[in-house]
Design a protein around this ligand. Structure first.
Ligand code: EPU
Length: 445
């Protein structure tokens, strides 16, 4: 039966009729969340978004049939599939977590990433490394900024230039060409995740040895290196700040299983913190979550490592703590919206510092509309915990912010309507359905 919740004088149907955007009725892209009973049961953690997108790009390094398993059914994978298809690659639909990718021979591939797709998914910049390595040229639309600010790609370009790529930029596109990549020492100014991905993939087919200093150490980099090594690459040191890659002449198609998503696992742990309860996170990559688990424990969650993943229990009011985001192994910036939401209902005052993306506090205004007491200045937020939030209509503007606002609804009196719910679908497979299965009162309108 369709939902007929009322907002003041109007039903959702009437609101949809009144308020429409280019994408359709505003209230259609919405989740409705009500506080309910504590969460109980199991949640299986899916494959990592920030790994699978790079693994899909890495298939460009070898023609033939690749098989990737444990692929989450999320919108970003669909967009990356479309991007590969636009180049002439065959990409199957996801079937039971399996994705088959057939890369044609060099002559049949169009090494171009068009604006329409790059604009939808910034991660598409990672096709640049494999394209210049294998096809010696490519054209990629320049990615714009996004909802958490200016996001330059200078580290990617400088590193690839050092390996022998020449870039030209015109009409919103970057054209890259090289007579052949040559291994060299690449020192990244900052351990950028996708810049490390790009250099790693380019170096796999470069002539000679590439050493990446100050490389990102994220577990998804380890996953990418594992897949590349499975294809015949010679990479050592992934997961440390110094990665060494001995270029090879040719790679074989891959068969690889995607690592589990640590951000999804932390999001689900936050759901338990906000709703209370006892939930097993099956397959959570606990080995790679040390710092965030320490912080979640500090604010009052009881977290136990189990043979299947993690068990998370929350029965008491949460406690304030301070935290600062840092590249891995620090507390990732992607966890921050969940941490800020948890701290907004914790006892005491917390200070949260963002060190990666200056604009990544946008959702705070929305939390304030739900009664949170948060002041932001520059890259700091001071959070005075309130006992409960108050359900309201709020809008999510990126994947993590939207998911965190939906979870805030679990700790809010009354109904919360989250607009922009499709952001969540970019990075989480069936977010409402899986939370509903453990007792959350959440549904897609
Ligand atoms: N930076 C530059 N120049 C560059 C590249 C990065 O100045 O050429 C700066 C950025 O502006 C930022 C810092 O370096 O201040 C780190 O950015 P990084 O390059 O590491 O971010 P990213 O690789 O673009 C990935 C994830 C993000 C995640 C960040 C940080 C993917 C597809 N995206 O982005 O994930 O927040 O690392 O860990 O892997 C998400 O999943 O919601 C998400 C946004």
């Amino acid at each position: 039966m369709p939902h007929v919740a009322r907002y003041g004088l109007y039903s959702l149907k009437q609101l949809n009729e009144c308020y429409s955007t280019r994408e359709g009725p505003l209230y259609e892209d919405a989740l409705i969340i009500r506080p309910g009973r504590p969460l109980e049961g199991d949640i299986s953690i899916k494959g990592a978004k920030n790994s699978v997108l790079k693994l899909m790009a890495a298939t460009l390094l070898a023609s033939g049939k690749h098989l990737i398993e444990n692929v989450p059914d999320i919108a970003d994978v669909a967009i990356m599939s479309d991007l590969l298809r636009s180049m002439g690659v065959e990409v199957s639909q996801i079937d039971d977590g399996k994705l088959t990718i057939v890369v044609p021979d060099e002559a049949d591939l169009v090494p171009r990433a068009p604006y329409e797709l790059v604009e939808k998914i910034r991660a598409s910049i990672v096709v640049m490394g494999p394209l210049v390595a294998r096809y010696r040229r490519c054209e990629v639309s320049v990615p714009g900024g996004d909802d958490f600010g200016h996001r330059p790609i200078d580290f990617h370009l400088n590193a690839l230039e050092a390996m022998g790529v020449r870039f030209e930029s015109a009409h919103g596109y970057i054209s890259a060409a090289t007579p052949g990549l040559v291994g060299t020492q690449v020192v990244l100014e900052f351990p950028s995740h996708t810049a490390t991905d790009n250099v790693l993939m380019a170096a796999a087919l470069a002539k000679g040895t590439t050493v990446i200093e100050n490389a990102a150490r994220e577990p998804e980099i380890i996953d990418l290196a594992r897949m590349l090594n499975g294809m015949g690459a010679k990479i050592s040191g992934a997961g440390t700040s110094r990665i060494e890659v001995h270029g090879v002449e040719e790679l074989m198609p891959a068969r690889h299983r995607v690592i589990a998503d640590r951000v999804e696992a932390a999001s689900m742990a936050a759901a338990v913190g906000l709703a209370g309860g006892n939930v097993n996170l099956i397959g959570a990559p606990s080995l790679y979550m040390e710092m965030v688990l320490e912080k979640l424990s500090a604010i009052g969650l009881t977290i136990t490592h189990t043979s299947e993943g993690l068990n998370v229990i929350c029965r008491e009011r949460l406690q304030a703590t301070d935290l600062a985001t840092l590249p891995y192994p620090g507390v990732a910036t992607d966890y921050k919206p969940f941490m800020v939401t948890l701290l907004s209902v914790a006892q005491g005052v917390s200070i949260v510092t963002e060190n990666l993306f200056s604009g990544r506090f946008k959702y705070v205004d929305e939390l304030r509309r739900m009664g949170a007491d948060i002041r932001t200045q520059g890259h700091h937020a001071v959070i005075r915990g309130v006992p409960r939030l108050s359900g309201a209509q709020v809008k999510g503007t990126d994947i993590r912010a939207a998911a965190a606002l939906a979870l805030a609804g679990l700790a809010a009196d009354g109904e919360t309507v989250l607009l922009g719910a499709s952001h969540i679908e970019r990075g989480y497979e069936d977010f409402p359905g899986r939370l509903k299965a453990v007792g959350a009162d959440i549904e897609r309108l």
